[in-house]
Design a protein around this ligand. Structure first.
Ligand code: NDP
Length: 445
């Protein structure tokens, strides 16, 4: 890392002790930015990096709610409003027991650059709670969401901060959150949340967008080597929103997705994952992946273990951060891997990224490859602002063009900075320069 940047990075780490994922995300971005600071000394003079690493506002709050047995439960809520240089803070809410301030800050930091890469007018933020939705009834989920919004409402708004979903937060939760916002504020403010239902201000393609976008990005990477998804053997981690839609899109392009996972294990289905069955189990019944095995022939369910033990030509990590380490990456490379596109945020450890890049594997980092979700959220905001609703085909076409644009911008930036094919460098520099220019133009704030 450039020595000037390393000194700033060390200060950031010291100021934010115990936030391992945030440290990792900051370090990974800083490692790309040395050459930018040679060309743009004004960024150092304007303390852009120091300002970028300090969120504009961090909110931590108590979420008190009652479970079905009438017992009082207390969770912790977070919203980190990281950077609004390009637009209102924008980023999802995560409900998962692992959520803490460091995780929310890593996600919010990544979101700044991701949102800049989309070319849309959105800043970066993220939030969530250590609430565990697993095993909770609909009524408990509703009461939790209402309690969460009872504090969050005062910090958000269509021109201020626009949350969306992430792990554990899908259409059901966005509905309860929106209902409570409307009740408290007495405003039907569609643009305050994205990921809404179609009949009340949502956008077609938003549920599919992150997974579809990840595959579109990967397809563009494959094209640079004269390849495509057609005939590829694909392994996907996760079986949530991003994973399911990535599987659907990859198979529609002619690939066979032979496996996917949840936090308990993985299924191997050599004939190709049955997407309709997977949706039924995960989205309708809210069941576990294990249920897939009994309902389809010639399927193996592996309890525990790692889906990355399987061989694949394309890997799509779509579950969670740091789920794919250096050893798993080396195994995948030995087994003939061509490309990785990250549907999840930071699913590959720094060691894994180094293994992929050293082996010449096409590697699309999450902040570029999974930007289709937030880009389509910005399209939802456009539709809300104009009281319009677009067709599936039109919205999908916009998503495709945005993803191809992100791919091309990352590739062109990597070329410009002398490291062709390095999408990590291209994404970090491409996103950073846009935000840094806007921050300088807006003065010391
Ligand atoms: P979901 O809650 O719909 O699904 C998450 C999936 O990942 C589930 O299969 C879950 O398994 C698995 N998972 C979660 N945590 C762990 C863990 N600690 N270990 C192993 N498996 C785990 O979330 P999404 O699909 O929305 O999000 C997945 C990833 O994509 C996240 O990194 C998110 O930040 C990222 N992302 C999501 C976007 C979106 O639009 N939704 C946009 C951009 C990025 P289980 O059910 O067993 O917990």
């Amino acid at each position: 890392m450039d020595a000037r940047l390393e000194a700033i990075r060390d200060t950031v780490l010291a100021r934010n002790p115990g936030e391992g994922e945030f440290h990792q995300a900051v370090t990974e971005v800083f490692e790309s930015l040395g050459p930018v600071h040679d060309r743009h000394p004004e960024f150092l003079e304007g303390a852009v990096l120091e300002r970028l690493c300090e969120p504009e506002r961090q909110i931590i709050f108590r979420v008190p709610w009652a479970d079905d047995a009438g017992r009082f439960q207390i969770n912790r809520g977070f919203r980190v409003e990281f950077n609004s240089a390009l637009g209102p803070f924008k980023g999802g809410l995560r409900f998962h027991p692992s959520v803490n301030l460091g995780i929310v800050k890593f996600l919010g930091f990544e979101q700044i650059f991701k949102n800049a890469l989309t070319g849309m007018p959105i800043g970066g933020g993220k939030g969530g709670s250590d609430f565990d939705p697993r095993g909770r009834s609909d009524a408990e989920i509703m009461r939790f969401c209402q309690a969460f919004m009872t504090e969050l409402y005062r910090h958000i708004g269509e021109y201020t901060d626009v949350p969306a979903g992430d792990i554990g937060v899908g259409g059901r939760e966005i509905g309860y959150l929106f209902g409570q916002y409307k009740r408290i504020t007495n405003r039907y403010e569609s643009g305050v949340l994205t990921g809404k239902g179609i009949s009340w201000g949502g956008s077609l393609v938003r549920p599919e967008a992150t997974g579809y976008g990840t595959v579109i990005f990967a397809e563009e990477m494959l094209k640079t080597r004269g390849q495509s998804f057609d005939g590829q053997r694909v392994v996907v981690s996760g079986s949530g929103n991003v994973a399911i839609n990535a599987i659907a899109k990859a198979q529609s392009l002619g690939a066979t997705v032979v496996a996917c996972s949840d936090s308990s294990g993985y299924v191997v289905d050599e004939a190709g994952i049955d997407v309709a069955l997977l949706r039924q189990i995960k989205e309708v019944e809210r069941g576990r992946l294990k249920d897939y095995e009994a309902r389809r022939s010639a399927v193996d369910y592996v309890d525990g273990g790692s889906v990355w033990d399987l061989d694949a030509t394309v890997a799509l990590p779509c579950a969670t951060q740091n789920e794919l380490d250096g050893d798993a990456a080396a195994r995948l490379v030995r087994n003939g891997l061509l490309a990785v596109a990250e549907g999840a945020n930071m699913p590959s450890t720094r060691e894994a990224v180094a293994v992929f890049q050293d082996a010449g594997v096409l590697f699309g980092p999450g902040k570029a490859a999974n930007a289709g979700g937030v880009a389509t959220s910005a399209l939802e905001m456009q539709q809300n602002a104009s009281r319009d609703s677009w067709s599936f085909a039109h919205t999908e076409d916009r998503l495709t063009k945005i993803m191809v644009g992100i791919h091309d911008r990352c590739a062109a930036t990597a070329d410009e900075y002398g490291d062709p094919g390095n999408y990590v460098l291209g994404a970090n520099i491409g996103g950073f320069v846009k935000v840094a220019d806007a921050m300088l133009a807006q003065g010391l704030i």
